[in-house]
Write a protein that binds this ligand. Structure first.
Ligand SMILES: [Zn+2]
Length: 423
């Protein structure tokens, strides 16, 4: 199986260009930099998947400037990509739909089932359809030729104040990447947000960590992302720490910025909003700020919005676009994580059907259905321990499915990407 090759063109570093209305962005314009094919790990970092978040793209431009200036030799390959370029130009999170919410089998099947269309065709591609197709043009050849897990880094920033942190799906292969950077790690965000790019790529068997660098327009946010990038390149073995002049300063910057924040936090609550809710967050909340149960954190047209449990405030919404009002997190003990790493064997989850209120999904062998009225123990925690994630929309039942535990050489891309393959 082959896919269109990634254009190389010899250019290591490209600057933004304008996108005339109705025209496509060539893959080489989406590529901020590419150190070129090499034996070893492949790291693909993406900035500005949300168009109002320039810091990740800036940090990638800077790291390629440094790589070019200082002449690093890498034991592997780094590619930097621009995310939502059309929204970026307009300073908006997105134009017609959130580019970080439709990376699902169903979403991609729907996108690739129709032609791009003409400008006067009502079915013609909207801005984010173009963006997603163009990103796929770059990503699919890499996915199709991967012999080992690709390390995907998605660089974000937030509308509220607060220190950097990262989010990962808790598969073991993600842990060294997330925990290798001295910032807090958030677990479980992918369970409450469907269609995130990083979640999709992780489900294909690759590694994926989303990094939040800080507030959208703070200069520190660019520096934080630059530090995150260098730390990660060292962690995955692309470059030796001794060859990166400021690596200790990068690590120290991140440690200082996150001092006093718990190291591992799990998502306990997501406040979903609709545009007609007229949701307004109370001013002044920062990431990781402690909040009490019942605290009046926002208002909408139904009245006060109160936190359903005590915990830490995460990603309070202070921008016009977005469907998440805020999240509540809770610190978890690293002992629990270490225990769960030891317990992820195929045999031990045969115990699940013996638990009261748990049975295997008749339609999916890798999925269990749990009746919360019968299963009164700490169901979610137990399933997390064994590498399962909670999914939703099964009526009164909770559904847990196995996260893809190991990478297998991708001799076949998932069926939804097949239309992008050529002979
Ligand atoms: Zn974002």
């Amino acid at each position: 199986m082959t896919a269109r090759r990634l254009p190389t063109g010899g250019a290591r570093r490209r600057h933004d260009s304008t996108i005339p209305p109705g025209s496509a962005v060539a893959p080489e314009d989406r590529i901020i930099g590419d150190t070129g094919p090499a034996e070893g790990p492949l790291v693909v970092a993406i900035g500005s998947v949300h168009g109002n978040e320039p810091a990740g793209t800036r940090a990638l431009e800077r790291i390629f400037d440094e790589i070019e200036r200082d002449g690093y030799r890498f034991a592997g390959r780094l590619i930097g990509l621009r995310g939502n370029m059309r929204a970026r130009r307009r300073g908006r999170r997105f134009i017609t739909r959130d580019l970080n919410r439709s990376w699902t089998s169903a979403g991609l099947t729907a996108l690739l089932a129709h032609d791009r269309g003409q400008a006067d065709d009502p079915c013609a591609d909207q801005d984010e359809d173009c963006e997603q197709r163009e990103l796929l043009e770059v990503l699919v050849p890499l996915l199709a030729s991967a012999k080992q897990p690709i390390v995907f880094l998605d660089l974000h920033s937030s509308s509220g104040e607060g220190p950097p942190f990262c989010c990962m799906a808790d598969v073991l292969r993600n842990r060294p990447i997330a925990f290798g950077v001295p910032i807090p790690v958030i677990l479980g965000l992918e369970e409450v947000i469907d269609g995130a790019l990083i979640g999709y790529l992780t489900d294909l068997g690759h590694c994926g960590v989303a990094f939040e660098g800080g507030p959208h327009f703070a200069p520190d946010t660019v520096d934080n992302h630059l530090a995150i990038l260098w730390c990660t390149l060292v962690n995955v073995g692309l470059v030796e720490a001794a060859h990166v002049p400021h690596i200790d300063a990068h690590r120290q910057r991140l440690a200082d910025a996150t001092a006093g924040v718990p190291r591992v936090i799990e998502i306990r609550h997501r406040h979903v909003i609709q545009p007609e809710d007229e949701f307004v967050m109370h001013p002044g909340y920062e990431n990781f700020q402690p909040i009490a149960r019942g605290e009046h954190v926002a208002d909408d047209r139904h009245g006060p919005v109160e936190a359903p449990e005590e915990g830490l405030m995460l990603l309070p919404l202070y921008q016009g676009q977005g469907d998440d009002g805020y999240f509540v997190g809770r610190p978890i003990n690293k002992f629990w994580l270490n225990l769960s790493a030891k317990m992820r064997s195929d045999t031990i989850d045969r115990l699940f059907p013996a638990l009261p209120g748990v049975h295997r999904d008749p339609n999916r062998s890798d999925c269990y259905l749990v009746d919360p009225r019968i299963a009164r123990y700490r169901t979610t925690e137990i399933f997390h321990l064994f590498g399962y994630r909670r999914s939703r929309s099964h009526g009164d039942l909770l559904a847990f499915s196995r996260r893809r535990p190991d990478f297998e050489a991708l001799d076949a891309l998932p069926p939804e990407l097949a239309p992008l393959l050529t002979d």
